[in-house]
Design a protein. Structure first.
Length: 268
């Protein structure tokens, strides 16, 4: 499949800002199941490319002159291929064990640990079927609801609310895996909305599966209770939202900030 992608992030400020810095994960990862055919990032200010600790192609954007808006636009075409059973292919330099350590957003509490041990029983080999059981439990327990949480909400908070968005579903899943010592990581990217009925900018997870014929990463979309398909484009991996968010940063100048995001993903 080929996905045509256009993603615009627009920040507006009620008063001029003296300084802004944004960390961006807005370039598709170099992975066997996806290939960038064309890609362009348009920003104001000074933009520097680098590879982060998780081998995500990243950019740092800085603006040192007065500004009352920041517009970040990415456009391109990505070719994707189907994955057998959601299984990722290719070798990685990082040990999966680094993705067993909880973060502030993915720290398991007693409720999440209980869910983990019911869906991922101790002493059993945890394969794709068990991981999908966990995803199905979260899908049924936590409804998709815009505005119920914020980017600062933890997995435990979202679980108590029984509501959230894709990043909350991912954080809850990661917390449960951490409770069992199973490697699992956050994925940010895009999905063809016609295949899901939700927003095109998305988050899901990779989890380590031990199946009879395979040991490695399986990519799971908890929000839609399914394995990743060729309708997805992967931008970044990390421990949680904070390490893999498409755009996040800080500013100096006071006043109010509004943000408008528009993502259009169309199969061609």
């Amino acid at each position: 499949m080929q996905l045509s992608i256009r993603h615009e992030t627009l920040y507006r400020y009620s008063r001029p800002q003296a300084y802004s810095i944004q960390q961006m994960h807005l370039t598709p990862r170099a992975e066997p199941q996806q290939r960038v055919l064309s890609w362009k990032i348009s920003t104001p200010g000074h933009c520097i490319a680098y590879s982060d600790a998780y081998s995500n192609l990243s950019h740092t954007l800085t603006l040192n002159e007065p500004h009352d808006a920041v517009r970040i636009l990415v456009e391109g075409l990505v070719a994707t291929t189907s994955l057998a059973g959601g299984r990722l292919q290719g070798k990685e330099n990082l040990s999966p064990l680094i993705f067993t350590v909880p973060t502030r957003l993915t720290q398991p509490n007693a409720e999440l640990a209980d869910i983990a041990f019911r869906c991922l029983p101790a002493g059993a080999r945890i394969g794709t079927a068990e991981l999908l059981d966990l995803a199905s439990h979260i899908y049924g327990a936590v409804s998709y609801q815009n505005g119920a949480t914020s980017v600062f909400s933890t997995a435990g908070e979202a679980m108590r609310l029984a509501a959230g968005v894709c990043q909350d579903h991912a954080h809850i899943f990661l917390a449960c895996c951490h409770a069992r010592g199973i490697p699992a990581r956050y994925v940010s990217g895009y999905v063809d909305p016609d295949s899901t009925g939700h927003a095109a900018s998305h988050a899901w997870v990779d989890a380590w599966a031990e199946d009879g014929d395979y040991a490695g990463w399986v990519s799971i979309d908890i929000t839609h209770n399914r394995l990743m398909t060729d309708a997805y484009c992967r931008l970044a991996i990390g421990r949680d939202y904070e390490s893999a968010a498409p755009v996040r940063g800080m500013r100096h100048g006071g006043g109010e900030e509004t943000m408008h995001v528009e993502a259009l993903i169309v199969p061609v």
